[in-house]
Design a protein around this ligand. Structure first.
Ligand code: CO8
Length: 260
């Protein structure tokens, strides 16, 4: 599969996706959204793939937003269609069965910040800057930012970022729980791969079930979320991975999970 705006590599069972339009600071145009959608299809379809790392090409940006050149003359109907399309893609990432890590080495603004918010884990370099500057353009976050940011950092901090439109640096992002880790720029991909490597060692069906329960549970009442957790727990009990993981512990050996 070859792409115009993405670079794709498979490493140790993980897809590494570079959003690569450095001249536009990797802004998400329609073509890039379509390409990302087909990568998500592949991630879900191929059982051997365990997850995905998304990063930005060039020195300056993760993704500097939706491509503003495509926004200016949208009609109301087209704007809604555009927002729907981005939201659908980002929700597929968030609600998918495999973990997705954002490796943010520069500007993650607007739609780029919203893409990072839809990822499950965010690793930032010290050069990262995150923000939702849409109101400076007379628009609002439309790829999920008004919904996901407050769920991650709380309402007050989210509103300060959304209404004020200022960028925050990596340390501030870390302090408010927006970044899982902050590392030196040259260590960014390695840090993301290290997290991927830890996940890789675990039972793939258990990882998917844990992801599902945690992400979906957040949208439920505690009672419903707990019931959902019980159901996921029960489903896993029928799998070979469950027998292998618990058996290997008792036999004092490393498990060999087969995702079955
Ligand atoms: N879209 C298109 N082009 C962009 C974007 C963008 N989001 N960001 C940067 N570029 C382009 C610049 O126009 C410039 O192009 P050129 O060289 O041809 O002039 C090139 O990238 C380099 O940018 P700068 O020269 O501006 O670089 P600086 O280092 O001076 O500044 C900044 C970097 C601060 C990141 C600056 O480029 C900037 O402010 N960019 C815009 C950030 C922004 O406002 N993002 C939000 C966009 S709106 C959005 O994401 C909405 C999401 C929801 C959509 C819902 C659909 C309806």
């Amino acid at each position: 599969m070859s792409f115009e705006n993405l670079k794709l590599e498979e490493k140790d069972g993980w897809l590494e996706v570079v959003i690569d339009r450095p001249k536009a600071l990797n802004a998400l145009n329609g073509a890039t959204l379509s390409e990302l959608a087909s990568v998500v299809d592949r991630l879900e379809a191929e059982a051997d793939l365990r997850g995905m790392i998304i990063t930005g090409g060039g020195e300056k940006a993760f993704v500097a937003g939706a491509d503003i050149t495509e926004l200016k003359d949208l009609t109301a109907a087209d704007a809604m269609k555009y927002a729907d399309r981005g939201q659908a893609l980002f929700s597929r990432i968030e609600r998918g069965s495999k973990p997705v890590i954002a490796a943010v080495g520069g500007f993650a603004l607007g739609g780029g910040c919203e893409l990072a918010l839809a990822c499950h884990i965010r690793v930032l370099s010290t050069k990262a800057k995150m923000g939702l500057p849409e109101v400076s353009l007379g628009v609002i976050p439309g790829f999920g930012g008004t919904q996901r940011l407050s769920r991650i950092v709380g309402l007050g901090r989210a509103l300060e970022m959304i209404l004020g439109g200022e960028m925050i640096d990596a340390e501030s992002a870390f302090r408010m729980g927006l970044a899982n880790r902050v590392v030196e720029p040259e260590e960014l991909m390695e840090a993301a791969r290290q997290i991927a490597g830890s996940i890789q060692k675990r039972g793939p069906l258990a990882v998917s079930a844990a992801l599902r329960a945690t992400v979906r549970g957040r949208e439920m009442t505690l009672e419903d979320g707990l019931a959902f957790e019980v159901a996921q727990f029960g489903l896993l009990a029928n799998t070979e991975d469950w027998k292998e993981g618990t058996g290997a512990f008792l036999e004092k050996r490393k498990p060999e999970f087969r995702g079955q």
